[in-house]
Design a protein around this ligand. Sequence first.
Ligand SMILES: [Zn+2]
Length: 313
Amino acid sequence: MKKLVVRVSSLLLVVAAGIAIYGYQQVATLTPERVTDDVWVLFGMGGNVGVLRTERGSLIVDTMTFRMQGERIREEAERLTGREASVVLNTHYHSDHTHGNPGFPAGTRVVSTTRTRALLDALDASYWSGAAAETLPNETFDTTHEIRLGGKTVRVSYLGRGHTSGDLVALFVEDRVLHLGDLLFNHRYPNIDLEAGGSIEQWIGTLDRVLAMDGYDRVIPGHGAVTDREGVRQFQSFLREVWEQVSGAVREDKDLEETLRSVQLTQDAGYEAIAVPLVLRLDRDFVVKRAWQEATGTVVPSGPAAQHGEGQQ
Ligand SMILES: [Zn+2]
């Protein structure tokens, strides 16, 4: 019996070690893909990272989920571009786009919207205490801002609510690439952070403004493969379909269960669900539920006092 217990527990140990190694590899692995001569995207565990090479250093959009990933992103960007990473952008406040920031040197230039900085302070303060605070966004803007670095121009804009109430979009002007952060989930079910002022209804209009912008051919989404304007249109048509059907069901006084049963979506053909173990599962029911909550006003934003009212662009 004792022998069996020892054998079982050592087997468990091997399994646990296997899981730990697998987890470490998942976190440590970055897969680069070249988008233009000077732009790469890094895929890994967390939001897609954009890398822009300039003559005076590289600019990094988002830093994934763990400090160690931030370090790996910095090394990989230096390997790809032959330049030090000198500017970081955070598209929004979520941990899978910001928690790698502390992997960059204290005092690194970090750009976000004013709203994203406020959301980090209000909703994620425990992570950003101590040394991590040295890599919080330290250059913020409300509507538009331009970064000029080593012969390149990056135009960042806040175009309205959607995934959260603070998402920026970043245009790499010379390379004609637009990084949309989580305003675009490419062929994946999106998260809608109603608690942080996100809105499916407003998201549709925000993407109208993205589509009205000139000057880009390729689009980097927050999650999923690199795409183009057509990918933005496709995702917008999914959001529109969800919103029309769910707000219609709510006007007919359908409760959540009836709404979940009544919607018939077609625009999500081929969409993948995203599972964050023990935290949330992003699938069709999740999106319908969030739309129902928004349409019935059953979620009250818990972020910092809303500066962004309903009509906010
Ligand atoms: Zn996000």
